[in-house]
Design a protein around this ligand. Structure first.
Ligand code: AMP
Length: 225
């Protein structure tokens, strides 16, 4: 392991597979996977005030305002399990969030090690999102790439699969618009800081994981699990 900790950001359009990759890398390197989308969905399910606020935006395919999102990330990265690093998935999504994150990390005496941009062409993104089905246990499936053994049922826990409301076609288009309007500019932002690494997100998930691990190994980060 290089240094004391590893702080990674996974960037990519909706449906690029960044959540899947963040999950695998988190397990292999033993550092937490922090997904702002998952935090919002948990709050929506629990009916919290934050969940109600976030839902107003998520259902329309829009980004939740920065003042709501930044605070959640700040308190999460201060938790004890983040001491040896963490993987951010879906945050930052605006240049303002990127700058705020730097301030938070600076206060903690930490900095970002790498920003991995999982690159997938638009046509594939739309196809991936509209065929995606989820299980409440966290597994994800796809009608073309990862079919469950029994249609509509999770292989792992046997529960019924569902489609995320924001994966419905009308919302997918708005999410992509938001991505190009607000998130894509941070690719240049991190490139300018010499932190950006392009990862080809078009192969099957295992192959994409290999590409990420190859980069991490070459950069001196060894797996710990
Ligand atoms: P995700 O699971 O990362 O695709 O996120 C689902 C939705 O949650 C997004 O479409 C946004 O509406 C909202 N969201 C997640 N992360 C952020 C963020 N960093 N800033 C603003 N909105 C976010």
């Amino acid at each position: 392991m290089k240094g004391e900790s590893m702080i990674l950001i996974l960037l990519g359009a909706p449906g690029s597979g960044k959540g899947t990759q963040a999950g695998v890398i988190s397990e292999r390197y033993g550092i937490p996977h922090i997904s702002t989308g998952d935090i919002f969905r948990k709050n929506i399910k629990e009916g919290t005030q934050l969940g109600r606020k976030a839902k107003e935006y998520i259902d329309k395919g829009l980004l939740v305002p920065d003042e709501v999102t930044n605070g959640i990330v700040e308190s999460r990265i201060l938790e004890n399990d983040c001491g040896e690093g963490f993987i951010l998935d879906g945050y930052p999504r605006t240049t303002d969030q990127a700058q705020v994150l730097e301030t938070y990390l600076g206060k903690m005496g930490k900095s970002i090690d790498a920003v991995l941009n999982i690159d997938v062409p638009d046509e594939q993104v739309v196809e991936r999102l509209s065929g995606r089905f989820m299980c409440r246990c966290g597994e994800t499936y796809h009608t073309a790439y990862k079919k469950p053994e029994v249609e509509g049922i999770c292989n792992k826990c046997g529960k019924e699969l569902y489609q995320r409301d924001d994966d419905k076609p009308e919302t997918v288009i708005e999410r992509l618009r938001e991505y190009y309007r607000k998130t894509a500019p941070i690719i240049d932002y991190y490139n300018g800081k010499g932190l950006l690494v392009r990862i080809d997100g078009t192969p099957m998930p295992d192959k994409v994981t290999e590409l990420i691990e190859k980069f991490l190994e070459e950069s001196g980060y060894g797996t710990r699990r």
